[in-house]
Design a protein around this ligand. Structure first.
Ligand code: FAD
Ligand code: N01
Length: 544
């Protein structure tokens, strides 16, 4: 395997390409491959030292996927998939990163990538029809197309706790974990945050630490992942059917085929049938649980049945009577914050060296020299782990100073919430594409399926423009307004907006509360994408 960035030619400060791609995660890697297939030139800029995106940055103990490995992989090439064999049902971060590096080697992607380079601005010039992209390394390159593969969960966020700079121990964010790993042996560790990252890392860190204090603001629904080695039979079957499976995945709401959604409404099932359905799906592990009834994500009546079931299962997993009730979520419907999959998370709180501090009523006040202060008490720690999440969906994108027609700033345009047509583009910003942007199924789906769906669509669109000698494409205001309304309306028919989730931007003080992903499903969304393209990009304005 080539070392990251090895063999890269000397940096030219001012170059022109057909396209600039920002980010070298799953999205940026595949986008580069497809543009090369059109015979176009492209430059990828990536802030990290290597490819991988999420899996490059999130190296915390216990990190693994929650969509099964056999589905959480590229599905565009038989040759690529046949050369790789997954070991576990839910691959751990090092294995996923090795896979991404395998793909980068196989497709020889790195020669068009510049690592350790953060894009700072992207500016559209109406006269030349080119984007100028600038980086923190002093590059200024121009390109006809600017493609943001910046990731929905790539802007890690440490809350603005007063006193952090004076903390005498070490601190870490799960989304920017040291490459060399961290040895917590003999240490007192404080963990703030109990979302997916906290729930995955807490059991593993607790196994090493001398003492652990977990600060929980919201108890989350979590179910056993049921991780295990894959069997030879599963691996062999997947190698034969992956490409076909991927086609089917695009025909499902979540881009996942390992379970089916039950369309029957909860009220149309007997209590025994409901219990059976929930039990089977709980034991299956993964997101199958949320597909138990047709109305599980739409009505409180149906959701409450699943939530009660989940709480009972969770309650039965903890013996410690002092913490069990605190670990149960009562303040939001199940599934409206991302469901967590765990390996022995709840059981961790039965260990005598692990304490749970509920910070819902008494928030973390500050970080002191010696630890975490809340409720007027100081909890001493040698290390603090912030599992506090991300400025999701818009954070990485808006950290770039994006300027469109007439000097319009994307950040200003999106001040009250993101405005896109199909999650792919925004009016006033010609030839600018977002991969899995707000307004698309994105984080509500198997992301690799959604990434491929977007990259394929963008590739066809770029081909249409270059073949047809068309200078630019951008959404019309009308199409964008209608799409934003449609996305909001669909979300309002679900229970999703009823939680303080990162889907809503609620985890970032001051961020507008707007439900950002499209809830209509990958399948319905895919049909819309195809219709738009077939009608010569209806809703977009094609510039001569
Ligand atoms: P990313 O992988 O986030 O890559 C974006 C890249 O852009 C980053 O490397 C970043 O450094 C770079 N970048 C951003 N801004 C700039 C800039 N200005 N200049 C230069 N570079 C920049 N999804 C699933 O479907 N299933 C899962 O099991 C799953 N597990 C996850 C586990 C964790 C711990 C996390 C955090 C997320 C998980 N996700 C999962 C979501 C995951 O983010 C996507 O599946 C997928 O990896 C996203 O790929 P991407 O290429 O779109 O973005
Ligand atoms: O982040 P989160 P994450 N004081 O935002 C708490 C994907 N992912 O990194 O819920 C105290 O979910 C916050 O509390 P609250 C997946 O899509 C997947 O865990 O806001 N606490 C919450 O408990 C996931 O959803 C996997 O009340 C504070 C936690 O920090 C997404 O990434 C693994 C606080 C943040 O949880 C993000 O997950 C990891 C404060 N000031 C990630 N601020 C898989 O399993 C925040 N919190 C595949």
């Amino acid at each position: 395997m080539a070392a990251q960035g090895e063999g890269a030619p000397a940096r030219a400060k001012s170059e022109q390409f057909d396209a600039v791609i920002v980010g070298a995660g799953f999205a940026g890697m595949y986008m580069l491959h497809r543009l090369r297939g059109l015979g176009l030139t492209a430059r990828v800029f990536e802030a990290g030292v290597g490819v991988g995106g999420t899996w490059y940055w999130n190296r915390y103990p216990g990190a693994r996927c929650d969509v099964e490995s056999l589905e959480y992989q590229y599905g565009f090439s038989d040759e690529v998939q046949r050369g790789w064999t997954w070991s576990e049902r839910y691959a751990a971060q090092p294995e996923i990163l090795r896979y991404q590096n395998y793909v980068a080697d196989k497709l020889d992607l790195r020669r068009d990538m510049r690592f350790e380079t953060r894009v700072t601005s992207a500016t559209y010039d109406e006269h030349t029809g080119l984007w100028t992209v600038e980086t923190d390394k002093g590059d200024s390159v121009s390109a006809r197309f600017c493609i943001m593969a910046t990731g929905c969960l790539s802007a890690a966020r440490v809350p603005d706790f007063e006193g952090l700079e004076d903390f005498q121990g070490d601190w870490y964010h799960t989304g920017g974990w040291p490459h060399e790993g961290v040895d917590f042996s003999g240490k007192r560790v404080a963990v703030i945050g109990t979302g997916s990252s906290g729930i995955q890392s807490i059991p593993v860190i607790a196994a090493q630490a001398a003492h652990m204090t977990v600060f929980q603001r919201t108890a989350n629904f979590t179910l056993p992942a049921g991780n295990r080695p894959l069997t030879q039979g599963e691996i062999a079957r997947s190698k034969e059917t992956l490409l076909e499976d991927r086609k089917h995945a695009r025909e499902t709401p979540g881009g996942i085929i390992c379970f089916e959604y039950n369309e029957t409404l909860a009220g149309d099932l007997t209590p025994e049938a409901r219990e059976r359905e929930l039990d089977t799906r709980w034991n299956q592990g993964g997101f199958a649980f949320l597909g138990a009834f047709g109305d599980l994500m739409a009505t409180h009546e149906a959701n409450d049945i699943a939530a009660d079931f989940a709480r009972e299962k969770m309650r039965a997993s903890v013996k410690n009577p002092d913490v069990v009730e605190k670990l149960l979520p009562f303040d939001h419907p199940v599934g409206v914050k991302r469901l967590c999959l765990d390996t022995d998370y709840l059981q961790t709180f039965d260990q005598p060296h692990v304490d749970l501090v509920d910070v819902r009523e008494t928030p973390v006040e500050r970080i002191s020299k010696k630890g975490v202060v809340c409720g007027g008490r100081e909890y001493e720690a040698d290390a603090i782990v912030f599992a506090t999440g991300f400025d999701a969906m818009t954070g990485a994108l808006l950290a770039i100073d994006v300027t469109g027609r007439g000097g319009a700033k994307l950040k200003e345009k999106w001040a009250a919430g993101p405005r896109t047509y199909l999650g792919l583009g925004s009016a006033g910003f010609p030839n600018l594409f977002f991969i899995t942007g707000p307004g698309s199924p994105s984080v509500l789906s198997n992301m690799i399926v959604s990434i491929e769906q977007h990259v394929d669509w963008i590739t066809d669109c770029v081909k249409r423009l270059t073949d047809g000698n068309i200078r630019s494409i951008e959404p019309t205001r009308e199409a964008e307004d209608a799409w934003v309304s449609h996305v909001n309306e669909l979300a309002s028919e679900t229970l999703y907006p009823q939680a303080n989730s990162w889907y809503m931007g609620a985890n970032i003080p001051g961020k507008p509360r707007v439900f950002m992903p499209y809830t209509g499903g990958v399948n319905v969304y895919g049909e819309k994408l195809a219709e738009v393209a077939a009608a010569d990009y209806e809703g977009f304005r094609l510039g001569a």
